[in-house]
Design a protein around this ligand. Structure first.
Ligand SMILES: C[S@@+](CC[C@H](N)C(=O)[O-])C[C@H]1O[C@@H](n2cnc3c(N)ncnc32)[C@H](O)[C@@H]1O
Length: 401
């Protein structure tokens, strides 16, 4: 009766007005974290997307934000607060503990958002058998302030995130310029989230099952606002308001021992400047499929090209060599698991990889002629489509010969 439990309200994300981000800054200070008085929030049209800016100048090296680990929305903190959810998720059908943990993290976020939507933690009554509502009272006030902001992100995700487009059967814009496997991959990753929700409905008792819209919103909040930490990954309230830049003006560092995160000015910063950090050295396809934005091509630090299973099969000729392999990502910044698997698959792998690259490059000659396409076009999809052949050209020039 999973279907009966499933509240099929919509694949739409919930629409709520979010609380102002400044309430999180106040809650951070109240909880003992550092949030420098020079920091304030800015919205479009002042800056392209909501973010943090400097209200006054600060010198290089200034500590702008420090958040201790007990305030992070991390698996350790969530599991300590909501053990019932993690215990229930042990029954999910995946054999991979990381996948079960990932589902439990999203459920925790969904529970936090649902409680906030229902009128805030203070007013929520313990429900029979749940064990969650009692736990909720112990959740940091900071998390509740954060939830009030995140509840307001539904519309933005619906307009900008490729997963939301896939959930609603929209592909956004046209991918016709190249034979990119990127849209197929995004659709599969987005579908996976709904599959996880289906498993939760089928496996867990109804008090643990949020409505689908809240679950999808929670997944997107974690996907776009959580960063890798020394012990797992964590959504750090406050730091999750900082936008990415390929040339950031602030560092964000984890203290390995205490687990706290610190943001410091990398240079002298002027009043009015937006504060930016680096989410990592990511290509436009990776930025797009994770965060739903891309950067100007000239700032792209690495390239990714995705090949469909079908392309792999054709290039490999001997079908059994790629039988168990999914899509392949060539990522110029690292050897991905899929690439390592291909290289180990057979002695001829290097040869047919070259063939794969050459075939794609043949299909995209006009994309490589930067004269015909503006490199800094505002269109995210064109940036992705430029990333793929640019990366292939680099790979085949430098390393594959
Ligand atoms: C960790 S949050 C950063 C803060 C967020 N802008 C907010 O409204 O609170 C990551 C999201 O911010 C947006 N973002 C971050 N850096 C960006 C950039 N350089 N250009 C456009 N959008 C960006 C994307 O929507 C991304 O999914």
């Amino acid at each position: 009766d999973g279907d009966a439990k499933r509240r099929r309200l919509s694949q739409r994300l919930p629409r709520h007005s979010g609380a102002p981000r400044a309430t999180v800054a106040a809650a951070l200070r109240e909880a003992g974290a550092t949030w420098h008085e020079a920091l304030c929030f800015a919205e479009p049209p002042e800056i392209p997307v909501p973010g943090v800016k400097l209200a006054q100048a600060v010198p290089a090296g200034t500590l702008l934000c420090q958040v201790p680990s007990h305030l992070h929305f991390s698996r350790t903190q969530c599991e300590a607060t909501m053990p019932a959810i993690y215990a229930a998720c042990e029954a999910l059908p995946s054999a991979d503990p990381e996948k079960r943990g990932e589902a439990a993290d999203a459920l925790c976020m969904a529970w936090l958002l649902s409680s906030q939507r229902a009128g805030g933690a203070e007013s929520s009554q313990p429900r029979a058998g749940g064990g969650q509502a009692e736990g909720m009272a112990q959740w940091p006030a900071l998390w509740r302030a954060l939830a009030a902001v995140l509840l307001g992100l539904g519309q933005e995700f619906e307009e900008q995130h490729p997963y939301a487009w896939a959930w609603q059967g929209r592909q956004g814009r046209s991918w016709e310029r190249t034979s990119s496997a990127e849209p197929e991959l995004i659709a599969a990753q987005a579908q996976y989230v709904r599959t996880v929700y289906g498993c939760i409905c089928d496996t867990l008792s109804s008090e643990h099952v949020p409505d689908e819209g809240i679950f999808l919103l929670s997944w997107l909040c974690l996907l776009t606002r959580r960063f890798r930490a020394p012990h797992g990954s964590a959504l750090v309230p406050g730091i999750d308001f900082l936008n990415h830049s390929a040339a950031p003006n602030a560092s964000s560092d984890w203290d390995e021992e205490s687990g706290s995160v610190e943001v410091r000015a990398l240079t002298d910063l002027k009043a009015g400047q937006q504060l930016t950090i680096s989410y990592g050295s990511l290509s436009n396809p990776l930025l797009w499929r994770t965060y739903g934005f891309t950067l100007p091509c000239r700032t792209e630090p690495s390239f990714t090209c995705t090949f469909s299973h079908e392309e792999l099969r054709v290039a490999a000729e001997a079908a059994e060599e790629v039988e168990d392999l999914p899509n392949l990502h060539l990522d110029t910044s690292r050897v991905t698991d899929e690439l390592a698997a291909v290289l180990q698959a057979s002695e001829s792998a290097g040869k047919w990889l070259q063939k794969l690259l050459a075939r794609r490059l043949e299909q995209a000659p006009e994309l490589l002629q930067t004269k015909t396409l503006p490199m800094d076009t505002e269109d995210d999809l064109i940036r992705i489509q430029l990333s793929e052949p640019s990366g292939l050209a680099n790979v085949s020039r430098n390393s594959m010969k």
